[in-house]
Design a protein around this ligand. Structure first.
Ligand code: SAM
Length: 273
């Protein structure tokens, strides 16, 4: 496997599923629905599916029978995804699921034979430029629409504001763009790189913002996100740690009191070949 296997915990995916669902750009589904497959049935490959939240969100918006092929490199997450099937379809048609252990950076056009839609969420920013280029090549070979959702944009806003916000944000972004044995990760540059890559192949690409808007109701997710955000910033810039510890405590107290509003920028893109 050519990727560093940092595992994503099922509890984190579970915690974020509702906020992801609220953030996803519904307008792109409207555009997608104008490209219903000729025979009315969908063959959808969801890449790096995790516990399957993309399918659970999208399947009920699409009419017609659907066969979802869920790809991930994590067998435990694939088992969870298979146990929590998406569906039913908007018109009540059957939704079937198959899971595949795959490294999505190694997929080739043949792996998508017969696909009528390729999806992914929260994936692109984890890739290097070369991996994304290979994935775009594989998707383009399938000749079907591609919906890549919830890629981080690097735009984060916390209210009330704090003097340390900008430093933590900059260190976090640098961490997202860090060098790995596979090459430099795209982080917040992923959406622009994907749009350029698909444009180069002559595809039409629609991009819409899909930010998380975390308020008092989402305080648990806000706190979990904040911990990860500050940890990554300190891993990138260890000299931040003393200030960041106090900052974290302040922010977690605000979150617990329902007095912190966090907006985390993402973007969704729909590619129409
Ligand atoms: C942030 S999670 C997103 C999961 C899911 N798409 C969602 O939105 O809830 C990233 C997922 O990508 C998977 N992943 C990361 N790199 C991968 C790779 N090269 N091949 C297959 N899966 C990968 C991880 O196992 C994890 O399930």
């Amino acid at each position: 496997m050519t990727v560093e296997a940092i595992r994503v915990s099922p509890s984190w995916l579970d915690l974020r599923e509702a906020a992801d669902g609220a953030a996803r750009a519904r307008e792109l589904v409207g555009l997608l629905c104008r490209r219903v497959p000729v025979d009315g049935s969908w063959s959808i490959h969801d890449l790096a599916c995790g516990s399957g939240s993309m399918g659970r969100w999208l399947a009920p918006f699409l009419s017609g029978p659907q066969r979802w092929v869920l790809h991930d490199r994590d067998a435990d997450l694939l088992a969870l995804a298979a146990a929590n099937m998406p569906g039913p379809a908007a018109d009540g048609a059957e939704v079937a699921v198959e899971t595949r252990m795959s490294d999505v950076t190694q997929l080739r056009p043949d792996d998508f034979a017969g696909a009528t839609l390729i999806t992914a969420s929260a994936l692109l920013d984890l890739l290097t430029r070369d991996e994304l280029a290979r994935l775009i090549h594989a998707c383009a070979g399938a000749g079907c629409p591609v919906l890549f959702a919830l890629s981080v944009s690097g735009r984060v806003r916390l209210l009330p504001a704090d003097p340390l916000d900008a430093r933590i944000a900059a260190a976090f972004d640098a961490h997202q763009r860090r060098m790995t044995p596979r090459g430099r990760l795209l982080g917040p540059d992923a959406v622009e790189a994907a749009v350029e890559g698909f444009h180069r192949l002559g595809a039409e690409v629609a991009v819409r913002p899909s930010p998380w808007r975390l308020r008092a109701r989402e305080r648990e997710l806000a706190a979990e996100w904040l911990n990860g955000w500050v940890d990554a910033a300190c891993e990138q810039e260890p000299e931040l740690a003393p200030d960041a510890d106090l900052y974290r405590r302040r922010r977690l107290n605000e979150a617990a009191a329902g007095a912190l509003a966090v907006t985390v920028g993402h973007a969704d893109l729909l590619v129409l070949p």
